[in-house]
Design a protein around this ligand. Structure first.
Ligand code: SAM
Length: 201
């Protein structure tokens, strides 16, 4: 999906995603002490960025949807924190190396060649000892889970991401995690997410 399509999806006052952080992000990072700058790649409406800012991080929220970033700024203002929003296409955005104490990627799905570029730049943008965290729809989700993109070309496994980050980082966790969601008929379903936590070496 291009930026205009995402803008269309985000238009309207309701949040497409919730105002609360993704539960895997919150659970994994709750114990991490803020240390300077964090970058939230594909930040959307800022639910994770705002949560990080509330915990003391100076957050760069990057996304190519201007509408999403306006909503992220509003959410931040409502919650009394500041974000630095950056409107950029991540396939072309090159952050300075060793800049961040944390890079977060939540539910960004690009064709794998582009995804590898983003993941590599995220890894090099984090300074030694900093944290890399990814959560996204797992490659097995269309067949064995529920929701999310159905195109296998934009899906990945935790192991694929871990293999890519291994030259740059020590892998703390790389696994498939499950989330209970409700389908269109109101039934409870299990969604499968790829989850990777790494520490920059
Ligand atoms: C499913 S949303 C996830 C938003 C947020 N990370 C969250 O978990 O709430 C995916 C986001 O990726 C952004 N996105 C997709 N492709 C992008 C690209 N090439 N460059 C920048 N942002 C992109 C979209 O605008 C959208 O906000």
């Amino acid at each position: 999906m291009d930026a205009a399509t995402w803008d269309e999806r985000y238009r309207g006052s309701e949040l497409v995603w919730k105002a609360e952080p993704n539960r895997f992000v919150a659970e994994e990072l709750a114990g991490l002490k803020a240390s300077g700058r964090a970058v939230d790649l594909a930040a959307g409406e800022g639910r994770n960025s705002v949560w990080l800012a509330e915990r003391g991080w100076e957050v760069d929220a990057v996304d190519f949807s201007a509408v999403a970033l306006e909503k992220a700024e509003r959410l931040a203002a409502d919650r009394g924190v500041r974000l630095r929003t950056v409107r950029a296409d991540l396939t072309a955005w090159a952050p300075a190396e060793a800049t961040y104490g944390l890079a977060l990627i939540a539910y960004l799905h690009l064709p794998w060649p582009q995804m590898t570029q983003v993941l590599t730049r995220a890894a090099t943008a984090v300074r030694q000892g900093g944290t890399l965290l990814l959560v996204g729809h797992d490659a097995a989700n269309p067949e064995h889970g529920h929701g999310g993109p159905q195109d296998p070309r934009v899906l990945y496994t935790a192991e694929q991401v871990a293999d890519l980050w291994r030259p740059y980082a020590d892998i703390v966790r790389a696994e498939t995690v499950t989330r209970q969601v409700t389908d269109a008929d109101g039934n409870s379903r299990t969604a499968l997410d790829a989850f990777v936590h790494a520490v920059r070496s």
